[in-house]
Design a protein around this ligand. Structure first.
Ligand code: F6P
Length: 546
């Protein structure tokens, strides 16, 4: 760490010492215009940090930390196609997937726009032709259903977006998703479907992932229960970088939509991995989604640090994680159709920044990614919000809502908005024992009961949250929202000095599963396994009466 960066960290800790006993209630009393000071907008998108435990000096200090962490240099390196994924020697160019030709992005001296747009045009054409019925199965029938088989980044973006954009998915086939190697996922998803009229998308960057390849083999057998070997190929599509393996699997060349090693799995939904989204909402809407991503990319690339939404969101996260010591971050979309958004951000953030080694191979000297979790509101209020309001840990929350609904049901959206506003208010300001006692006396309780119950019914408050508001959920605003979080994750990775674009941490378990799998399939002895694993497998065999 350079001296200036150390100095900024030191200042942040001093600032925390200065304000840590201060209550948000008092901060708002002293400065009722905190919204004006601590909210930042781009068009209809607003991020409100006024209920974070910060003041103007802290925000300035955080921006100085960003400067001293060379965020601008790192951002330029990413946008100019440098191999910033140093452990895999790869560029990180998901921004090129949603760029216009005039953005002029290149990798190793080669412009990306032609290759990107060739594949984009062809998979969007394919999507619209499936939707319109121009592309059919070998019997001349249209496709009623599509199953995307993929996991992690080859599942979460599409499943989240198809759900989020249901209002834009008329006239398309029904979309289904199989991710888990647990056969129940395959079984339940295919149970009511007609194989002949179902298009199978096998989505895998590597085309080697055990879950996806196992499900893909089962899908082939399932299709063959209704189609002949000769008819099969018109029901199977591959989305992958591994063109050799897709051919081996028997996918027709023109049913393979490729992408590139400079697109990370968790950043791949704007590449061919997005085909299920295009099948659900059509090419025009998919292009709007890309435009939303690009809008945030350009803002991230060009806006000054102190007005740059992803950078500010990242810095608030650094404040919560490293200075306030918050171990988790709850993402709460007040939008039922965004109910998979927390899971999507979970992979994006935790697989990117869940690391304890710096890019240059040293141990990190601070905490990195928090545990990301969440659920849509208002459901979450009736399950775990108790802990958020009165638990012993402070859990920062990102609340997300659109001002306008995508439905005409009377009264629903108004109540959703009221709850959204009420939760951040309650977390921030709480309720004192005195207020509780007075309220109870007014309700007719006697003083001694009111006094006895007041500790249970009072709320300390001072719990931080950020509110994110935009006009309406549509393809553009979804793209913009996702890119906001993508760039936030990138900025935090730079501040922590880690490579956000590899995922070596998932390898160990994968290799162990292969070794154990061999024993289970009869190729090896139980006694070859780890002593901790042997008794568990024996217990399973006992229950299976093997
Ligand atoms: O195991 C983790 C991971 O490699 C993720 O990074 C990725 O999104 C997922 O598996 C699926 O990989 P693939 O698209 O190659 O099947």
């Amino acid at each position: 760490m350079n001296n200036d960066k150390n100095f900024q960290w030191g200042n942040l800790f001093k600032n925390w010492d200065r304000i840590k006993e201060k209550h948000l209630k008092d901060m708002f009393t002293e400065s009722p215009n905190r919204f004006e000071k601590f909210s930042f907008s781009k068009d209809d998108l607003t991020l409100d940090f006024s209920k974070e435990r910060i003041d103007e000096d802290i925000l300035k200090n955080l921006i100085e930390l960003a400067k001293s962490s060379d965020i601008e240099k790192a951002r330029t390196a990413m946008f100019s196609g440098e191999h910033i994924n140093n452990t895999e020697n790869r560029a990180v160019m998901h921004v090129a997937l949603r760029a216009n030709a005039e953005d002029n992005y290149s990798i190793d001296g080669i412009l990306t726009s032609t290759i990107v747009h060739d594949v984009l045009d062809s998979f969007l054409d394919f999507a619209d032709n499936i939707r319109s019925g121009n592309i059919r199965n070998a019997r001349g029938e249209t496709f009623t259903d599509v199953i995307n088989i993929g996991i992690g980044g080859s599942d979460l973006g599409p499943v989240m977006s198809v759900n989020a954009l249901k209002a834009f998915s008329n006239n398309g086939p029904n979309l289904h998703f199989i991710a888990n190697i647990d056969g129940n996922d395959f079984h339940d998803t295919t149970a009511m479907l007609d194989p002949a009229r179902t298009l199978i998308l096998i989505a895998s960057k590597t085309f080697t992932t055990i879950e996806t390849m196992t499900n893909a083999e089962s899908a082939k057998q399932w299709l063959l229960s209704s189609l002949s070997q000769d008819e099969l190929s018109l029901n199977m599509v591959a989305l992958s970088t591994n063109l050799y393996a897709t051919k081996e699997f028997g996918i027709k060349d023109d049913y393979v939509f490729g992408f590139w090693d400079w697109v990370g799995g968790r950043y791949s939904m704007c590449a061919a991995i997005g085909l299920p989204i295009a099948l659900a909402i059509g090419a025009r809407n998919f292009r709007d989604l890309l435009a939303g991503f690009r809008d945030m990319d350009i803002h991230f690339k060009e806006a000054p640090l102190n007005k740059n939404l992803p950078i500010l969101l990242a810095l608030i996260g650094i404040w919560r994680r490293n200075i306030m010591n918050a171990t988790t971050l709850a993402i709460m979309p007040y939008d039922q159709r965004l109910n998979r958004f927390p899971a999507y951000v979970q992979q994006m953030d935790m697989e990117s920044n869940g690391k304890s080694t710096t890019s240059d191979g040293n141990l990190v000297d601070m905490q990195t990614a928090p545990v990301i979790w969440g659920e849509s509101g208002t459901n979450a209020q009736h399950s775990f919000f108790q802990l958020l309001h009165q638990g012993t840990d402070i859990v920062p929350v990102d609340f997300i809502i659109s001002a306008k609904a995508n439905h005409n049901l009377l009264g629903h959206h108004e109540k959703l908005i009221s709850n959204f506003l009420a939760q951040s208010e309650a977390l921030a300001f709480g309720k004192s024992k005195d207020t509780v006692i007075n309220e109870m006396l007014e309700q007719g309780f006697n003083y001694s009961d009111a006094l006895k119950l007041s500790p249970h019914r009072s709320f300390k408050g001072n719990r931080p949250s950020t509110s994110i508001i935009y006009e309406k959920m549509n393809p553009f605003s979804l793209g913009r929202l996702i890119a906001l979080y993508e760039h936030k994750v990138f900025v935090q990775g730079v501040i922590w000095g880690i490579n956000s674009f590899d995922q070596w941490g998932v390898e160990l378990g994968k290799v162990a599963a292969v070794d154990i799998g061999k024993v289970i399939e009869g190729d090896g002895l139980i006694s070859d396994l780890h002593v901790a694993t042997q008794p568990l497998l024996r217990q399973i065999y006992k229950l299976q009466k093997k």
